[in-house]
Design a protein around this ligand. Structure first.
Ligand SMILES: [Zn+2]
Length: 319
């Protein structure tokens, strides 16, 4: 089986590196590396530049940290060009796939690094960023995150709306995972193009603010968007370990609400503080086994694993 994953924080791990973390993009002791991605049959991986604005950056500003993280990404892709190649649209993905190479897309998980300067968005686009979360878990110049509860009714700032407009022009996908509910509806109202919730589940199955309501799932589907199943335990169920049965429940519900094309994978690997039943990318086939056991059709399983992602890339960037 092939796989496309919309969100992992491996670059964050490699860049900020805790003492017990070893290796590089090709091989490491985190949850994602090229060796295991290739071994599992992955054809596409979106790597997020994530940072926490509440922490002291390594360089002078969070924005400079992001640029340095992109340098690291570029360097690692150059070093392992026999396995992986940069992709910024569907055509490039398809060309890479035909050569047996993994496509590495670049995303940014914290629009706050723009600090009100729209020219930075253009720079980030030029550096290869093709997907951006408007917020992480902090209020920023673009809008409000999903928590605390009073933020859910707060929408995008005027700079946030301007940024969405510019992203639509550039061809940089708006990512609403982590965003407030009102922010989501502002993207529906003001955005023109399909967008993503790269790593969010169904709130009807697990009632946490990071997950999407049924109404949101349907609106995302109507816009031609897509969401990625998140493996983080707390977004799956109240149990301490996110199990494949929970994943299947979310998938079934999401497809019932938004149709079979609406959902792919956004594991959040290397961005979690608990370990799910599927512990790393090398074990991703456990999800396929669970979907088969649950009676999903071959078409549904392929859709979730990679085809829906491919179709989204084609819808968004053209063939
Ligand atoms: Zn996240």
């Amino acid at each position: 089986m092939n796989y496309i994953d919309f969100h992992v924080d491996t670059l964050y791990r490699l860049f900020y590196r805790a003492e017990d973390e070893q290796g590089d993009l090709c091989q490491n002791n985190c949850q994602v590396d090229l060796a295991r991605l290739m071994g599992s049959g992955y054809t596409g991986q979106i790597f997020a530049c994530f940072l926490d604005l509440a922490k002291t950056p390594r360089f002078a500003t969070p924005y400079q940290d992001v640029l340095a993280m992109i340098d690291l990404f570029d360097q690692q892709l150059a070093q392992y060009g026999d396995k992986v190649r940069f992709a910024d649209n569907y055509a490039q993905y398809e060309a890479n796939r035909r050569q047996g190479l993994l496509s590495a897309f670049l995303s940014l998980e914290e629009g706050g690094v723009l600090e009100g300067d729209l020219s930075r968005l253009d720079t980030l686009y030029q550096r290869g960023v093709r997907v951006m979360n408007l917020t992480w878990n902090h209020e920023n110049c673009l809008g409000f995150p999903h928590r605390p509860p009073e933020f859910q009714s707060k929408g995008l700032t005027s700079f946030g709306l301007e940024t969405v407009e510019r992203m639509d022009e550039l061809g940089m996908v708006v990512d609403v995972s982590h965003l407030s509910d009102q922010g989501f509806w502002d993207v529906i109202r003001c955005g023109k193009r399909p967008f993503m919730a790269t790593h969010s589940n169904a709130r009807a199955i697990r009632n946490v603010s990071r997950n999407l309501t049924d109404e949101m799932i349907r609106a995302l589907a109507d816009r031609g968007g897509i969401m990625g199943l998140n493996f983080y335990s707390d977004f799956l169920s109240p149990e301490p370990t996110g199990r494949v049965e929970h994943m299947v429940q979310h998938l079934r519900h999401i497809m019932n609400q938004g149709g079979e094309q609406i959902v792919g994978l956004g594991t959040d690997f290397d961005g979690m503080d608990t370990t799910p039943e599927i512990q790393h990318v090398g074990q991703i086939s456990l999800l396929v086994q669970a979907m088969e056991k649950a009676g999903f059709t071959a078409r549904q399983i392929e859709g979730i694993c990679f085809r829906n992602g491919e179709d989204f890339f084609r819808r968004y960037w053209g063939a």
